[in-house]
Design a protein around this ligand. Structure first.
Ligand SMILES: [Cu+2]
Length: 230
C-alpha cells in the first residue's frame, strides 16, 4: 500500500514466502558470490518501485535466454527501470538499488517507511507506470541457473570474490501499483499535513500493489515447461 501526500510517500508492505536465510556453508556462499560474513544472515531482499516499462509483471515469456529464470534485466521491458529503492534507511534513490545492507531481509517481513519520493517516480505512479518488485530467489528451490549464473546487473557484493549469483537479484515478487477505490476516502486527516497549501492535488491518494505472485511458483512453471521440451 502506498499513500502519497504531496511528495511524501508512505509505503506499507507485508511480504511472505521468500527465501529466509542465506546458506551457512562457506563453499556454497563462495559459489554464489556471497561473502562469508553473511553466513546464515537473513536473506536480503532488495526492492524497488520500477517505472516506465509496460506496467506489467513479466510472464514466463520474459525468460528470453530460456534458462528457467526471469532475470532482473529480462523483466525490465515489463516493469521498467528502477525509480525508487524501497530501502530501510538512507537514500531511496537508484544508487541504493543493490545495497543489501539497507534491504529488508528474511522470508517474511513488514516494511513501512515514509520518505520524500523523487519526481520521476511520482510522475510514473500518476501515469500508471509503476510496479513494485521484490528481488531474491530461494536457493533451495530456484532453478539451477539462478545458482550458477551471475546476476544480470553485474553486481559484486563488497568482499566477494565473484559476481553475485542470479538468486541475489532476480525478481521474486511483483505487483503493479494501481489507484485504489480508496482515493475517495474522507481526506480531512490527510490534508491537514498540507497546511492549507493549494495546488497539491495528490493528498490522500492510495495505491495498492496487487497480485504479488511471480515468485517461486512462476519460476517452477518455466522450469517444468523447458524440462519437457528438451
Ligand atoms: Cu527492482
Amino acid at each position: 500500500m502506498l499513500t502519497i501526500n504531496g511528495d511524501q510517500a508512505t509505503v506499507s508492505e507485508t511480504v511472505s514466502g521468500l527465501a529466509s536465510k542465506l546458506p551457512t556453508d562457506k563453499a556454497t556462499l563462495a559459489s554464489l558470490g556471497i561473502p562469508a560474513a553473511f553466513a546464515g544472515a537473513p536473506f536480503p531482499h532488495v526492492q524497488h518501485i520500477h517505472i516506465n516499462g509496460n506496467d506489467m509483471c513479466p510472464t514466463a515469456s520474459a525468460d528470453t535466454n530460456h534458462d528457467g529464470v526471469i532475470s532482473t534485466v529480462e523483466g525490465q521491458p515489463a516493469y521498467g527501470k528502477i525509480g525508487t529503492t524501497l530501502s530501510t534507511k538512507g537514500t531511496t534513490g537508484a544508487s541504493a538499488a543493490a545495497t543489501v545492507t539497507v534491504a529488508p531481509g528474511g522470508g517474511s517481513f513488514t516494511y513501512k517507511r515514509t520518505f520524500t519520493m523523487n519526481q520521476a517516480t511520482l510522475s510514473a505512479i500518476k501515469n500508471n507506470k509503476a510496479v513494485v518488485v521484490v528481488h531474491g530467489l530461494n536457493p533451495a528451490n530456484a532453478p539451477k541457473a539462478a545458482l550458477t549464473s551471475p546476476n544480470s546487473l553485474g553486481v559484486t557484493l563488497p568482499g566477494a570474490s565473484k559476481k553475485l549469483a542470479m538468486i541475489g537479484t532476480a525478481p521474486a515478487l511483483c505487483g503493479r501499483l494501481v489507484s485504489s477505490q480508496m482515493n475517495t476516502m474522507p481526506s480531512g486527516g490527510v490534508q491537514t499535513g498540507g497546511g492549507g497549501t493549494s495546488g497539491i492535488q495528490d493528498q490522500g491518494l492510495f495505491y495498492g500493489a496487487g497480485g504479488l505472485l511471480l515468485g517461486a511458483g512462476a519460476v517452477l512453471v518455466v522450469r517444468r515447461r523447458f524440462g519437457k521440451q528438451h
